[in-house]
Design a protein around this ligand. Structure first.
Ligand SMILES: CC(C)(COP(=O)(O)OP(=O)(O)OC[C@H]1O[C@@H](n2cnc3c(N)ncnc32)[C@H](O)[C@@H]1OP(=O)(O)O)[C@@H](O)C(=O)NCCC(=O)NCCS
Length: 148
């Protein structure tokens, strides 16, 4: 089963397991995942029963922030993240946002490729943003197709 669906509290353990596989020491704990799944203004989505992937977006006013997207290593390059991102965009649009922002590590080629393919463009760079000193790229996708 690989439909994208809203995450529920019953998915928290499975999402935390996939987080550990996708992010290692940077993974969110089950407690953090539970907060993301239940917090107001947040929309968490999963794909697959286990699940195989998840994404979460926070919508405040007309701006949506993509807070997370990850797919299990053994399920990658099958278009799951593309579908999660497309549904996150639709959910954010329905909630009233006309643009989406995200931050991605400058060395994360897979994620940058995913976002670029989905229509996100770089609008800023934050040097030393991450704990280890790494650079974050800020990317944006606008409903009108423009850039800030
Ligand atoms: C980034 C990630 C979510 C992509 O998941 P995925 O399901 O494999 O991505 P998809 O199969 O939907 O790929 C969609 C497009 O993204 C791009 N892409 C995905 N993986 C890529 C890679 N390793 N290198 C370059 N481009 C890549 C391609 O354009 C791809 O389209 P294509 O397969 O037709 O070429 C996954 O690699 C992951 O979970 N990484 C670890 C967690 C992470 O870094 N999350 C993002 C934090 S900002």
């Amino acid at each position: 089963m690989t439909d994208v669906r809203p995450a529920t509290t019953a998915d928290a353990a499975g999402i935390a397991a996939l987080e550990a596989l996708a992010f290692g020491p940077e993974a969110w704990s089950q407690e953090l995942v539970l907060v993301e799944v239940t917090a107001p203004l947040r929309h968490a989505l999963v794909v697959g029963d286990e699940p195989l992937g998840w994404a979460s977006v926070q919508v405040v006013g007309d701006v949506a922030d993509l807070t997370r997207v990850a797919v299990r290593p053994d399920a990658r390059r099958r278009g799951l993240a593309r579908r999660l991102l497309a549904d996150a965009w639709s959910v954010a649009e329905e909630a009233g946002s006309d643009r989406m922002l995200l931050e991605v590590g400058a060395s994360n080629d897979a994620a940058i490729g995913l976002y670029a393919a989905a229509g996100f463009v770089e609008i800023d760079r934050r040097h030393g943003y991450y704990a280890g000193g790494g650079t974050a790229i800020v990317m944006e996708r606008r409903r009108d197709g423009g850039t800030s």
